[in-house]
Design a protein around this ligand. Structure first.
Ligand SMILES: Nc1ncnc2c1ncn2[C@@H]1O[C@H](COP(=O)(O)OP(=O)(O)OP(=O)(O)O)[C@@H](O)[C@H]1O
Length: 501
């Protein structure tokens, strides 16, 4: 079981979008049974057992709800853009589009690529990702695109001639690494289009069943420590999942192999609802009781593969898509009831910084000591208040290193990350290494950033006097701190659990 501090807890975000009545529904004389109040994020549904005039409505409230006139842009900006920003900052993110066939999953995720106003979530996300990451000195982006079909994995980007079916286990590797490298937004979208085309070919061969399969398009981002030893500082994944809901398949007129296939598909599609129900139960009952609630990740490929996004280390949005017609009101109600439960599910998103990223780890160690007033008392007990206090880092830092030389081995504190365990133990010995690094490798301008970090601490943190002096001394220094370091420094306080020993 993963441990996580309370401050990392984050609820699932659930938004709902209703499409307009379609031509078929109009021809069939369907009436509107679902009503949306965007201002209050409420949805009202008349189930088939209710009469619209009875006033006996099922009412739901979600994070955002959108009616038939809502725009692609609005849905993206309110729901997905913040997740894209988090992804670029090193967090995992997942967007599930969940709904019955024909309710708008493809419309929301893919949209119409060549019409700017109708572009979908994926295109908009990719554009924003590349706008953001061009600020980073060095990155690596990879994509993968899978389909889960009858509990089998199908790689939609595999070149012709090779097997598209993945062996058990291959997909797990793909999740962590991504599969195909891309260097610009258009290249990512080419991969996406290639996968869509492949799914279409597959669907032509297999009949209509492909719309009942789950599609997972993923982008992974490695931010690389260019100034240091080229280690990966953060590795994050954003997943876009097209997920048909679990409404029953109409078996009329089918039999034999095809019926078996349909039954397998239907069974697999129950995986997510089952999992969401257990996760919301666990969230409701609290941590004390969590052992009692079985979380059936392993029962289905999707839930096992997307485990991180479902109650673990990820920021997760479910965009539920529904239709307005009374013909499907019962299914709509089922979808909304399930998502209403899923509102309770808690994730534990964390910024996972590679422990081997020497520059960052050491900066973090120094920042921690700065922020907690450790430096003055521990290292300059005699001169912190006196006029002897060195204000020039060229004097101050070697003096500090010298001072650290006299202390041997004792641990000052341990820095822990809730996800990857102990990041580093700060001892007098490795603190000396930090200082030596700052002097030789990290460059003094980063002190500026550390000062900013301390500036951003809560008010009650007493700031050491020498920081004031440092600030005054260096305020004219140009700040050309690499953006990924700058970015991470912002998150240091919130992403780590510090356990002073
Ligand atoms: N919000 C919307 N506004 C206008 N039209 C929409 C909206 N949502 C969906 N549509 C239209 O409804 C039709 C069905 O949508 P779409 O193909 O996206 O559904 P789907 O859930 O992906 O279906 P399937 O599961 O069968 O693939 C499309 O013609 C689409 O353009």
């Amino acid at each position: 079981m993963e441990s996580a501090s309370e401050e990392n807890q984050e609820r699932f975000r659930i938004s709902i979008r209703m499409r307009p009545l379609n031509t078929r529904e109009k021809i069939l004389g369907a009436k509107q049974a679902v009503f949306v109040n965007e201002d209050h994020n409420k949805i009202y549904v008349h189930s088939s057992n209710d009469s619209a005039s009875s006033g006996n409505l099922n009412e739901f409230t979600f994070d955002h709800v959108y009616g038939e006139l809502s725009s692609q842009r609005q849905v993206y900006v309110d729901n997905v853009k913040p997740l894209v920003e988090d992804f670029c900052n090193g967090y995992n993110a997942a967007i599930f589009c969940y709904g019955q066939a024909g309710t708008g999953k493809t419309h929301n995720l893919q949209g119409v690529t060549d019409s700017p106003s109708l572009q979908g979530i994926i295109q908009r996300s990719v554009n924003d990702i590349f706008t953001k990451v061009c600020e980073y000195p060095k990155i690596l982006i990879k994509v993968s695109f899978f389909m889960i079909c009858s509990e089998q994995w199908y790689d939609l980007l595999q070149d012709h001639g090779e097997s598209h079916w993945l062996k058990n286990g291959d997909y797990r590797e793909a999740f962590f690494a991504g599969k195909y490298t891309a260097t610009c937004a258009s290249e990512v979208m080419e991969y996406h289009q290639k996968g869509i085309n492949e799914a279409c070919v597959w669907s032509t061969n297999m009949g209509e069943m492909t719309t009942k399969n789950t599609h997972i398009f993923q982008i992974t981002l490695d931010v690389i420590d260019k100034d240091g030893d080229n280690t990966i500082i953060t590795n994050s994944t954003i997943s876009f999942v097209d997920l048909p809901d679990s409404a029953r398949i109409n078996r009329a007129g089918i039999g034999g192999q095809r019926l078996k296939e349909m039954t397998r598909i239907e069974c697999a599609r129950r995986g997510l609802p089952l999992l969401l129900k257990s996760l919301s139960k666990k969230s409701q009952e609290g941590d004390d009781n969590e052992k009692k609630v079985h979380i059936p990740y392993r029962n289905f490929k999707l839930t096992f593969y997307m485990k991180q996004a479902l109650g673990n280390n990820c920021k997760t949005l479910i965009l539920g898509t529904i239709g307005p017609a009374d013909l499907n009101a019962e299914e709509t109600l089922q979808t909304l009831k399930l998502l209403d439960k899923a509102k309770l599910i808690i994730n534990y998103p964390r910024l996972v910084i590679n422990a081997k990223s020497s520059v960052l780890t050491r900066l973090r160690a120094v920042a921690y000591c700065f922020a907690n007033d450790e430096f003055p008392e521990k290292f300059f007990p005699d001169c912190i208040e006196s006029d002897d206090f060195p204000t020039d880092p060229c004097i101050f830092l070697p003096k500090l290193a010298e001072c650290l030389d006299t202390k041997n081995g004792d641990e000052i504190c341990t820095i822990k990350d809730t996800d990857i365990g102990i990041i580093c133990k700060i001892s007098y010995t490795n603190m000396k290494q930090v200082i030596t690094d700052i002097l030789t490798h990290i460059q003094p301008f980063k002190f500026d950033k550390l000062c900013q970090l301390v500036d951003n601490c809560e008010e009650e943190v007493q700031k050491p006097n020498y920081l004031e002096l440092l600030r005054l001394h260096y305020k004219h220094w140009k700040s050309d701190c690499p953006s990924e370091i700058h970015l991470k420094l912002k998150d240091i306080k919130t992403s780590l659990t510090f356990n002073p020993s």
